[in-house]
Design a protein around this ligand. Sequence first.
Ligand SMILES: *Cc1c(COP(=O)(O)O)cnc(C)c1O
Length: 389
Amino acid sequence: MTTALKQHQIPFYLPSIGEEEIAAVVKTLRSGWLTTGPQVKEFEQAFAKHVSADHAIAVNSCTSALHLALEAIGVGPGDEVLIPSLTFASTGEVVMHLGATPVLVDCGNEFLIDVDDMESKITANTRAVVPVHYGGHPCDMDRILSVARRHGLRVIEDAAHALPARYGDRPVGSIGDITCFSFYANKTITTGEGGMVTTNDEVIAERVRLMSLHGISKDAWKRFSAEGSWCYEITAPGYKFNMTDMAAAIGISQLEKCHDFWERRQWVAAQYDAAFAETPEIRTPTTELNVQNSWHLYVIRLEIESLSISRDRFITELNQAGIGTSVHYLPLHMHPLYRERFNYQVEDLPRAARLFERMISIPIHPQLSQEDVEVIAGTVNQLVEEHRS
Ligand SMILES: *Cc1c(COP(=O)(O)O)cnc(C)c1O
């Protein structure tokens, strides 16, 4: 066996692409229409239905979706947007692209945004809050919405991890003012690269659609289709964030399999929960009773005080055993951009910083076999066994 193979016996993630996706892309390539067209329309309609939203606009990434969402509610220079520190780069960078300031909020219960800390950071300049459904576990949306409404803030959900997730009896995608999804290669469904904006607000939907394609008043499909007109007007300096029909063709097939993928990830999570139940040094994620976790991530936390091995060394050992891992995330406030531009200190958001030192994301995806899951859990338990202090 080659070293490369040995290093990645169980990769951290593998997309689940079947013959259906391959056939759909080939069919689209043969159709003569490659960019935003009938496949995108179909994907948008199916997605809106899937999350019970009135409107869905397909774009080329969740980063673009977040950017368009903030633009649509009018975020601009001088504004502040509340976001969790424990998130991916996108959630913060788009705020800065619009000339506004991201204000970082600590974690509360588990990995999710602390609503008390969030409320304490509201100022006269705060325009919006962007909760992240970290790992696929929905945030406390009732509390977030009630605080937001009380202070006149918009709620944009970063749901990059949260398909298919539910909060109470509602799917994520129809709860806040705007919800943004990701179809990046390692997300719960993929189009290679892609994203979706959903909303029940028609004015927001129209603005997002307009700005997603150059601020042109009709999209390309309408423009060139038989019933459309050759004439178009530029009404705003828009972006080039539209999705291609090739990506949408993949998305339509992936969405059909979304529930089956989710069931498989849920099964993996249950196997891990059981395997670590007797290992107090491994803290497993907990799921609130009133939510459906989409299980994009399975993040274990090491009780490093009772172990003689560091988190970093633990990761190295797992990798050497052929198990792919990741860490989600180094909190934003610990990155040079935020330290230098906004003067954040590690202790400003102590719970996110503390979590970071303990967390490891282990593989969770539909391609994992029973044996894979047993090897992963067995290796983790064995490492704990060898390093109990
Ligand atoms: C993946 C991710 C994004 C960005 O998604 P893209 O589709 O890659 O732009 C945004 N937020 C979070 C929390 C993510 O994990």
